[in-house]
Design a binder for this molecule. Structure first.
Ligand SMILES: Nc1nc2c(c(=O)[nH]1)N[C@H]1C(S)=C(S)[C@@H](COP(=O)(O)OP(=O)(O)OC[C@H]3O[C@@H](n4cnc5c(=O)[nH]c(N)nc54)[C@H](O)[C@@H]3O)O[C@H]1N2
Ligand SMILES: Nc1nc2c(c(=O)[nH]1)N[C@H]1C(S)=C(S)[C@@H](COP(=O)(O)OP(=O)(O)OC[C@H]3O[C@@H](n4cnc5c(=O)[nH]c(N)nc54)[C@H](O)[C@@H]3O)O[C@H]1N2
Ligand SMILES: [Mo]
Length: 785
């Protein structure tokens, strides 16, 4: 009989239709005005050939024991073992490494998006477990906004990401705004996702409302479709990596014609004079005017001047996407965005100001939200950490020192890597370098539902239940709905949840009671919901758990806006409402950063030539800039094996967008197989020729499952279109050390289809027959160990 049960994914809330233990479909939840199709790909992936259904151990690890893998990780066959055997092996290995090398030799930061749900959130689970097991080397910041998170607290105060709750909302823009200038566009696809779920995808209709109210949009991007057609945006097809030069050109034209906001700059900011000297070219003799900016950005100088005029005379939002800070010197884009906004006259006024990510996730839909309880993670007794994107450096160079935000730190010597809920073979740059780094630890443990590269490059793999196979509750960071997640189907026999695996390990390591507190998953969900209910009791009334669970969800009234760091209050009374920066004001020049003495991040926003860009002399570079943006058919690498993502492939590979001029010069037509390459690697992709992309730029979205011809071999051809074999693994600067996937040049060529190797990302690895005793999957035990 068909069952209909509620669930939540990062791409929306859905009803799961299942029949007799099989997921048939995911239907968007009622009330979602613009549901995402991404959910449709979840049904068929659930029990596909890539599903891992038994714990697996790499053959070489089992034979030789822990130790560096010398190229065998990613290449060896796997041996299926029983769940108990896998738990025994992992518990003993944690114990061994703790005793011989100390807990700092364990890296369990486990970066990644995992799945929606407050209780089964994989990072909360692994951190809680490993902290109770004595701790681990952790990471700080994110791949998403690594540079922004470190620079903005110096410039405008707040926590790294609080700017998302200090931006103008769409409703304010519709009623008081006139112009939205978006550096990095506002691609609709990027509104489909919100960490923790979205009951209503409101951003598209709110953007349209702004347009209907007469707001003009400017899409500064190498890609026209980074702004939806219904916004009629002006397209400024900028040369990638040059947004800071364009912002400087705009600022120059405003300041040189004396239309800058003298009052705000004097009362609410520090360091304008020093910055203005640079802008006007007083020190270096180079005025950063429209003509100068045009030479760098390839936007005509007249167009820059007229946009400067519009900005100075309209209520304007300067919106800076996150993509343009995942680049060499990525700190500069957001710093300069704030400065341009402070100069413009719109900062701190209704419907105008600075935004970082309007058009991404639910930023701009609202600012306030209700706090939901999370699984307590406890304190990490180990204090060593890395900026998250420096993982390969850490594994390759133990003991080496590096700079980060004014500190001099050292990389720990990692022996054991433990990961649940992320995919570094999707998210990290220069994957061939990561493959080398990945051989060095003694043991790598991974929890994954599917045989993606992350699982294939591990020593011990715990197959885990998917989000549709467990109970939870969820609510997105900007969402007003808290939803029940019912178990739609059971996991395959012998497959457990992350929680059950960690509970089993905790039992072996002697802290099961502390870890579980005597609760099974259902009891924890009830507990966390009740903590949420109690926590919110002052402001809203939530129904008791049983009623909530039965109803499937509850929608709360809007929450008040946070006032901390408000630019409106700053403009009104800067002495009463200071920012929590060094000076209490906006730091156009930062004495703190200047004191760090970093030449790659000086004391005020500065145009610094990128490592790789189209403006470098032609003979010294590759001719095409690679944009590896977020995919429209999935979240990162998740459900790439599902039908919806696979439906978007071209010639069985990830599509690469090329301009007709670049395609013509290379004899490439839509549907062809294209080889993209540079000194770091090469991959094959399927051509889509389109004038949506400016000449000199190719677009290959991130997230195709890594499919090297010879896994583990240096520089092996990637057959499926994973752009991270091409990107460079270098930090944004010594300040933030963020990832820089956006700073990548490549060349492209047509490949004879008869000679192009078949992609095999969705073929499981070879396993060894372990013999009759352990081949049997164990019967499914009780939920709690
Ligand atoms: N070139 C390039 N690289 C990029 C980017 C880019 O724009 N260009 N973007 C970067 C950005 S912004 C980000 S945020 C990162 C994202 O990088 P990740 O967050 O690491 O990517 P995901 O594909 O979401 O990986 C989640 C993994 O967790 C697994 N999973 C899901 N639910 C569960 C669960 O409950 N338990 C367990 N154990 N596993 C689960 C999924 O199967 C999947 O393998 O990528 C970064 N990398
Ligand atoms: N559908 C979908 N939505 C998502 C995600 C997903 O995986 N799928 N991921 C989510 C996550 S984790 C994050 S962090 C956000 C990321 O949000 P962003 O980082 O903003 O998203 P991207 O798609 O990487 O980039 C946005 C656009 O910037 C443009 N761009 C690239 N280089 C330049 C440049 O040098 N200058 C200018 N002006 N523009 C440039 C590209 O054309 C690109 O389409 O998106 C979130 N939304
Ligand atoms: Mo992200």
């Amino acid at each position: 009989m068909k069952r209909r049960t509620p669930t939540v994914a990062h791409w929306g809330n859905y009803t799961v239709v299942s029949d007799n233990g099989r997921v048939l479909a995911l239907e968007p939840a009622r009330g979602d005005s613009a549901p995402s199709a991404i959910g449709s790909g979840m049904a068929d992936a659930q029990r596909d050939a890539m599903r891992i259904t038994q714990p697996m151990v790499r053959e070489g690890w089992l034979a030789d024991g822990p130790g560096p893998a010398n190229g065998r990780r990613g290449r060896d066959r796997f041996v299926p073992v029983s769940h108990d055997r896998a738990l025994d092996l992992v518990a003993a290995e944690i114990e061994r490494v703790r005793n011989t090398s100390g807990n700092a030799a364990i890296y369990a930061s486990s970066y990644g998006w995992s799945s929606a749900g407050r209780f089964h959130h994989a990072q909360s689970q692994i951190h809680r477990f490993m902290r109770m097991a004595g701790g681990y080397t952790d990471s700080v910041n994110s791949y998403s906004v690594g540079a922004m998170e470190v620079i903005l607290p110096h410039v405008i105060g707040g926590t790294g990401m609080s700017i998302w709750r200090r931006c103008p909302t769409y409703e304010e823009i519709a009623s008081s705004g006139e112009l939205v200038v978006s550096f990095g566009g506002m691609a609709r696809k990027n509104t489909e996702i919100e960490q923790g779920g979205i009951a209503d995808h409101a951003a598209p209709r709110l953007q349209e409302r702004c347009r209907r109210a007469g707001v003009r949009f400017v899409n500064v991007s190498p890609v026209r479709s980074d702004s939806a057609d219904d916004l009629d945006a002006d397209w400024l097809p900028i040369r990638p990596g040059t947004d800071v030069a364009l912002m400087l050109g705009l600022a120059y034209e405003i300041v040189a014609s004396d239309r800058h906001d003298h009052d705000f700059l004097a009362r609410c900011c520090v360091g304008f004079e020093e910055f203005a000297a640079y802008l006007l070219g007083r020190g270096d003799g180079i005025p950063k005017d429209a003509a100068w900016a045009s030479g760098i950005t390839e936007i005509p100088a007249d167009r820059i001047r007229s946009l400067a005029e519009q900005i100075a005379t309209s209520r304007t939002v300067i919106n800076v996407s996150w993509s343009i800070q995942r680049m060499d010197h990525g700190e500069q884009t957001h710093w300069m965005g704030v400065v341009l906004s402070a100069i413009s006259g719109s900062l701190g006024r209704p419907g105008g100001g600075f935004a970082a990510g309007l058009g991404i996730t639910q930023v701009g839909v609202r600012r306030g939200s209700h706090k939901k309880a999370a699984l307590p993670q406890g304190e990490n007794p180990v204090k060593s950490f890395i900026p998250v994107a420096r993982i390969a450096d850490m594994l390759l160079s133990p003991g080496e020192s590096f700079e980060y935000n004014g500190q001099s730190l050292r990389y720990p010597d990692i022996k054991l890597v433990y990961w649940a809920g992320g995919n570094p073979f999707h998210h990290h740059q220069d994957l061939h370098r990561l493959v080398q780094a990945w051989q060095r630890p003694e043991t790598i443990i991974v929890h994954e539902p599917w045989w993606n590269a992350h699982a294939r490059f591990a020593d011990i793999v715990f197959p885990v239940a998917t989000t549709l196979e467990r109970e939870d509750f969820a609510g997105g960071g900007f969402d007003l709905t808290i939803s029940a997640m019912h178990r739609a189907v059971d996991p395959p026999p012998g497959v457990y949840t992350d929680y059950e695996v960690f509970s089993g390990l905790a039992a072996r390591l002697g802290f099961e009671d502390r870890f579980t507190e005597g609760r099974d998953a259902h009891a924890w969900v009830r507990e966390l919901y009740e903590r949420t209910r109690t926590g919110l009791a002052q402001s809203v009334e939530l129904p008791p758990f049983d009623e909530f669970w039965e109803r499937g969800g509850v929608t709360l009234p809007p929450a008040p806006d946070p006032t901390a760091g408000s630019f409106t209050l700053l403009r009104q009374e800067p002495e009463t409402y200071p920012l929590d920066t060094q000076s209490g004001k906006i730091e156009i020049t930062s004495a703190t950063i200047a004191r760090f003495g970093y030449d790659d991040c000086p004391g005020h926003p500065t145009w610094l030539e990128p490592r790789e860009w189209l403006g470098a002399p032609a003979g010294e570079r590759l001719p095409l800039h690679l944009v590896s943006n977020q995919p429209s058919r999935r979240l990162h690498s998740q459900y790439d094996n599902g039908s919806y993502s696979r439906g978007g492939k071209v010639a069985g590979r990830e599509p690469v967008l090329l301009n007709p001029v670049d395609a013509g010069e290379r004899g490439i037509a839509s549907g062809d197989v294209v080889r993209l390459w540079n000194a770091r690697g090469a991959c094959l992709a399927g051509a889509v020729v389109t004038d949506e992309v400016r000449p000199g730029v190719v677009v290959l979205a991130t997230g195709a499952w890594f499919d090297p011809e010879e896994p583990g071999a240096p520089g092996s051809l990637e057959r499926h279109g994973n752009p991270n074999v091409l990107t460079a693994d270098v930090g944004t600067s010594r300040l933030a050390q963020g990832s820089t996937s956006g700073t990548t040049l490549v060349e492209a060529e047509r490949v004879d289809p008869a000679r192009a190797p078949e992609p095999r990302p969705f073929v499981p690895p070879e396993t060894v027959d372990p013999g009759p005793t352990s081949a049997q999957p164990p019967p499914r035990g009780p939920l709690l160990f």
